[in-house]
Design a protein around this ligand. Structure first.
Ligand code: ADP
Length: 319
């Protein structure tokens, strides 16, 4: 392997830039040439490819988002589209790829590996929903943003004796919601892993009011229920002013935390080293603070993320 490419794909996450930087700098350090592929698999298909030198990744370690751009490109699921994309890899003499993204991006990486272009997947998503790693790049930054938002909501909820529902991202993974609930001291946490009953939640809120609580924060993972409707129901049932706040894409932006930058730097460097060992079709994780790697398909299809029951119990006992 002499020349590698790097791309970011799927949802963006703070720390992706730090990962790209690490791929570029480690690659150059180990005597490789590194090419940047812009706008994910779409850009790969369109041939948006440029060589990157060490200065092309100057001053990006502290920037959120991804300077390479990202895209959703469902056409990449078709063999023919991938064959056309591979023509571009051939044209530029790129032998292998580092793909930074979520599980969808991993699928594309696996297929390219099967077609003779070894790929390494780096988990980049705020959702923390990828198996084979305790943390994904972007999760820590998003967590801090959500906690800050909860702190702000607490101030105004307390002043107005209000119930606040905060809708938090994570797709179908409750990690961001659970972490933010514990760190933000939310009274209630609703995550997909534990199921949801509106009647039960209403009962708990009423019990809280009976115990003398004048304001409450409910941390609610997205896709569980319609928070605006829930706010109306709570207000009708309890008589307490209730508001829903959907944090939305605010959670995806901002300066990456030190943790995310360090994780991204380690993963980017590790990915290049794996490629040099001829290890294609792998995905990278951090487990017990160590870098690990797994078969990318086994990871998506068979591995499960362990549920953090201890943290969930805390969110219950400390409220
Ligand atoms: P994420 O990587 O964050 O999970 P997506 O699921 O949108 O985001 O996947 C990102 C991109 O990966 C898709 O837009 C598509 O280009 C590519 N992709 C997703 N699934 C597949 C697949 N089964 N085969 C090939 N490419 C895929």
């Amino acid at each position: 392997i002499k020349r590698i490419g790097v791309l970011t794909s799927g949802g963006d996450a703070p720390g992706m830039n730090a990962a790209i930087r690490a791929v570029v700098r480690e690659g150059l350090h180990l005597g490789l040439e590194v090419y940047g592929i812009f706008d994910g698999y779409e850009g790969l298909h369109q041939g948006k490819i440029k060589p990157l030198d060490r200065n092309s990744v100057s001053d990006v370690i502290n920037r959120g988002g991804t300077f390479l751009g990202s895209a959703r490109f469902p056409e990449f699921k078709q063999q023919k589209t991938r064959e056309e994309a591979i023509e571009n890899l051939k044209k530029y003499g790129i032998d292998a790829l580092v793909v930074i993204g979520g599980d969808g991006s991993y699928m594309g990486a696996k297929k390219l590996t099967e077609m003779g272009y070894p790929c390494i997947g780096i988990p980049g998503t705020i959702d923390n929903d990828i198996p084979g790693t305790t943390y994904t790049i972007g999760f820590d930054t998003a967590l801090n943003i959500v906690v800050e938002a909860i702190d702000r909501l607490r101030d105004t909820s307390a002043s107005h004796k209000r119930i606040s529902i905060v809708e938090i991202m994570g797709r179908y993974c409750g990690d961001l919601t659970l972490g933010a609930a514990v760190a933000g001291g939310a009274e209630f946490v609703v995550i997909p892993e534990k199921g949801y009953s509106e009647a039960e939640l209403l009962g708990q809120i009423k019990a809280g009011i009976a115990k003398g609580k004048t304001h409450m924060i409910i941390a609610m993972c997205e896709h569980v229920t319609k928070v605006d409707k829930l706010a109306e129901h709570i207000q009708a049932e309890t008589g307490h002013d209730t508001r829903a706040t959907i944090l939305g894409h605010i959670q995806r932006g901002g300066t990456p935390t030190a943790q995310d930058r360090i994780l991204a730097s380690r993963m980017g460097s590790f990915a290049v080293k794996l490629l040099l060992e001829d290890q294609g079709g792998r995905c990278i994780g951090v487990v017990n603070s160590q870098m690990v790697h797994y078969d990318i398909i086994d990871c998506i299809n068979n591995m499960k993320r362990p549920f953090n029951q201890e943290l969930f119990d805390l969110s219950d006992s400390l409220f």
